[in-house]
Design a protein around this ligand. Structure first.
Ligand code: FES
Length: 161
């Protein structure tokens, strides 16, 4: 039987070893681990340091430079809101506002109950489908504020006024 710590270490190492590009860097290693876990716990930082032959300070230095890395676990659901130029002209801001209002948030952050993490994104790669959001890595396009509210209500399991 594996402990949580062993399970985490196994996931981190599997992600690190999955890199098949010719140049593996500290940053590419951080990215694959962050994609796998959704955040960078201390144990993962240590594994990245070992794997890239860097110091733990080097890894913290790079990870803390980029605002996209987080060091605490994300909410149960992660909602990314695109407010890039294409989505913006197709009505992203009312969708962004609808989602933030539905969750009682002012900006990107986690809900106090830890259920939801909201992040802004400048392009989710589906510009023609704008406004686009991503819910737990699943893209949803041509969203209206009403549909966005329904999506959030469905995730939350609670009604939205
Ligand atoms: S600008 Fe929103 S998906 Fe590209």
């Amino acid at each position: 039987m594996t402990t949580d710590a062993e399970g985490l270490k196994e996931r981190v190492n599997k992600a690190l070893n999955s890199q098949d590009q010719s140049t593996i860097t500290l940053l590419s290693s951080l990215l694959v681990v962050h994609d796998e876990l959704g955040y960078m716990p201390e144990e993962a930082v240590e594994e990245v340091a070992r794997y890239t032959n860097s110091t733990i300070n080097d890894v913290w230095g790079v990870a803390s430079f980029y605002t996209n890395f987080r060091f605490t676990p994300p909410g149960t659901h992660t909602v990314e809101l695109c407010w890039g130029p294409s989505c913006h002209v197709m009505g992203a801001m009312p969708v962004v506002k609808a989602v933030l209002d539905a969750l009682g948030l002012d900006s990107e952050s986690d809900t106090p109950d830890g259920k939801m993490t909201v992040r802004f994104n400048t392009c989710l790669g589906a510009c023609a489908q704008g406004p686009v959001i991503s819910v737990d890595h699943k893209l949803m396009g041509r969203l209206s504020p009403d549909v966005a509210r329904q999506v959030i209500a469905g995730l939350d399991g609670e009604g939205v006024e």
